[in-house]
Design a protein. Structure first.
Length: 267
């Protein structure tokens, strides 16, 4: 499974406080960056969307600083085409753009950057009508996204479909709807990536981590192969690796055995 580390996001209180006084917190930010890579992240998501008036320069700073600290590609996380473009200019390697959707303004603002930088792209199953309310709507929007992105020259293996997770605190059917949508999308498009904002499922509930940890297992079993998660959550990472072994995604359990030998499965 592809792990995109989620912790470099100013909507998270700990990182927001670091970033607001970043000149005094450079070592702490470096440690946060390195810890995610050491824990198994393949990409790091960078998001400063809460800093509306300075987002462009802040995103550029964070992208540069992150890649000066570790040799890893980034997920450039912003709905702002200008901020995305400036961050992409300083990015080293092949990025992921997070995100595009069927909303016309968002699609048209991002597609030229996806093509110019040959980037992977997280594609939200969302259109101008709004959030998809049924499994059928999620799958229909996924199909429309793939067809439109293909038409614009984006290959399936560079598409990361996000069927959009909604909180079970508002409707307890939402988790099962997402899992079923993942199953159907995987059957329809075996070569696209499927990504979810897993933690959205528990919004508004206490002890969210337990719900998130259970839900990610359900999503992987259904066909999700990419997650924007906290790789420093050891229980979640072990659950991911175990689920991959149980669902025939870890041939001969080679990864599991390697992790055991490396001491990453705990006592």
């Amino acid at each position: 499974m592809l792990i995109i580390g989620e912790r470099l996001n100013t909507s998270r209180k700990q990182f927001r406080e670091m970033f607001e006084n970043r000149d005094q917190n450079l070592d702490a930010i470096r440690a946060l960056i390195k810890s995610q890579v050491d824990a198994g992240a393949n990409y790091l998501d960078v998001n400063v969307g809460t800093r509306v008036t300075t987002e462009v320069e802040d995103l550029v700073w964070l992208a540069k600083f992150t890649q000066e600290t570790v040799n890893i590609p980034l997920s450039i996380d912003t709905p702002n085409p200008k901020a995305a473009e400036e961050a992409l200019k300083v990015h080293k390697g092949r990025p992921i753009i997070n995100s595009i959707s069927l909303e016309e303004k968002r699609y048209n603002g991002m597609i030229s950057l996806v093509k110019q930088y040959k980037a992977g792209v997280i594609a939200l199953c969302l259109d101008d009508v709004g959030m998809p309310e049924t499994v059928e709507d999620k799958v229909k929007n996924a199909k429309r996204l793939v067809e439109r992105l293909n038409k614009d020259g984006v290959n399936n293996e560079d598409i990361y479909l996000d069927p959009l997770v909604q909180p079970i605190s508002t409707d307890t059917k939402f988790a099962l709807q997402t899992v079923e949508a993942i199953k159907q999308i995987r059957e329809m498009f075996p070569d696209v990536h499927i990504s979810c904002g897993v933690s959205n499922v528990s919004y508004g509930l206490p002890k969210r981590l337990f719900i998130n940890q259970a839900f990610i297992v359900m999503c992987i079993a259904a066909g999700m192969d990419t997650g924007i998660i906290d790789p420093n959550d050891e229980v979640t990472m072990r659950n991911i690796w175990a689920t991959e072994a149980l669902t025939d995604k870890d041939p001969f359990c080679a990864q599991w055995l390697e992790l055991f030998r490396a001491g990453k499965l705990g006592a």
